[in-house]
Write a protein that binds this ligand. Structure first.
Ligand code: NAD
Ligand code: WQD
Length: 350
């Protein structure tokens, strides 16, 4: 493991999962804000080529260490060689809901052991600040909409969802017992889109489980048609409703969260923020907005509901807006166009 040759004055941020979808966009925003970034990723769901995309956008190639966070000895060696880390943003996790139902132990091991190892090292190496990627999945189908941070969590619908809930609790309890550590859990709603440069974006392996990659792959001709899962929900047009948040807007919230911790502006040791737009959008509205913004007609058909899906959810973003001074800025059509430009770029479509 190489020793850091960073300027000791510059604040270093460890980004676990930094070659992944949300991580890579966050690395760009951190570097734009003047932070030095070190990425740790095992490349289980991303490619080292993402580093080139980050470099082309920012002019800076972030430091990169490839290892698995469940390997404690490697993590320990990492922290003994990088001694100037101010904050950790912990993105690394397995995230496929369906796969987590098939392989629960893989999900519990990867997501929980990584978190525990990281917090143990944080304490040992005296790193004060951590931002954790949580998810609106912890709310299940809420009884009241929109959801605030105080909306009660519900039993998780999947082992994946349960790892988010348990990791939130692990973080909260660890901070309660170790007040020198401060943490922020960010509950993302549905992150979509890509960097406007089309240098980085989402790279799903195999058949996409998520809506927007399936939309763009259908438009690109990789899939024959999009299946709309259900049109008999109690929503505006019968299709299910979510809060789709642009990934660059989401990335910017991480910079604000890191600043808040580094500058000691947090109100308590453990804080939670919803990150969404505050607007619910149906699947059929996504299709319409995609067609409007790209001019591409989408093949789709209505099929049965997908098992485990909730009907509708969107965020109350008041707390993030007021307390973080953060607001989602990008519109839905701009966001879907960025997803399409990224898909075209990786498929060589002009
Ligand atoms: P992603 O799969 O693109 O990125 C995760 C990265 O972590 C990948 O690069 C993967 O290789 C790496 N990784 C996984 N396990 C690792 C391990 N044990 N050691 C080292 N690296 C490891 O996923 P993403 O969409 O960027 O999600 C980032 C985080 O946000 C995850 O924690 C995810 O659960 C959470 N989240 C995502 C969404 C979403 O819809 N994308 C929504 C809510 C929350
Ligand atoms: C969105 C909507 C589908 C695909 C998942 C996780 C959640 C969070 C975000 C991490 C739903 C519909 C989808 C398709 C469709 N991840 N759909 N046809 O299910 O809201 O959330 O990702 O924490 O935990 O569960 O996102 O993109 O899969 O679906 O009609 O081919 O699109 O039914 O209503 P979801 P999604």
């Amino acid at each position: 493991m190489p020793h850091s040759n960073f300027d000791m004055e510059t604040k270093q941020i460890l980004v676990t999962g930094g070659t992944g979808y949300i991580g890579s966009h966050t690395v760009v925003e951190l570097q734009n804000a003047g932070y030095e970034v070190i990425i740790v990723d095992n490349l289980s769901n991303s490619s080292v080529e993402v580093l080139g995309g980050i470099e082309r956008i920012t002019g800076i190639r972030p430091a990169f260490e490839q290892f698995d966070l469940i390997e404690k000895d490697k993590m320990d060696a990492f922290f003994s060689s990088y001694r100037n880390i101010e904050a950790i943003i912990h993105f690394a996790a397995s995230k496929a809901v369906g796969e987590s139902v098939e392989k629960p132990l893989l999900y519990y091991r990867n997501n929980l052991v990584s978190m525990i190892n990281l917090l143990e090292c944080q304490i040992k190496y005296g790193i004060s600040n951590i931002v954790f990627s949580s998810s609106c999945t912890v709310y299940g189908q809420p009884d009241v909409l929109p959801v605030t941070e105080n909306t009660p969590r519900k039993d998780a619908e999947s082992p994946y969802g349960n790892t988010k809930r348990v990791n939130e609790d692990i973080l909260k309890d660890t901070i309660a017992a170790n007040p020198q550590i401060k943490g922020i859990a960010l509950r993302y709603f549905n992150p979509v889109g890509a960097h406007p440069s089309a240098e980085i974006g989402e790279l799903p392996l195999g058949i996409p489980a998520n809506l927007v990659p399936f939309v763009t792959q259908t438009a690109a001709g990789l899939r024959t048609e999009l299946m709309v899962f259900g049109n008999d929900y109690n929503t505006v047009d019968g299709s299910a409703v979510r809060d789709y948040i642009n990934v660059v807007d989401l990335a910017k919230a991480h910079v604000i969260a890191v600043n808040r911790l580094v500058e000691n502006k947090n109100k308590s040791g453990y804080e939670i923020f919803n990150l969404g737009t505050g607007t619910g959008i149906s699947v059929l509205e996504i299709i319409q907005a995609f067609e409007n913004s790209t001019g591409v007609k989408l093949n789709y058909k209505i099929v049965d509901r997908r098992a485990g899906d909730i009907e509708k959810i969107w965020a109350d973003t008041t707390y993030a807006n007021e307390e973080l001074g953060w607001k989602a800025e990008k519109g839905l059509e701009e966001t879907l166009l960025s997803a399409w430009n990224w898909e075209k770029k990786i498929r060589g479509i002009r």
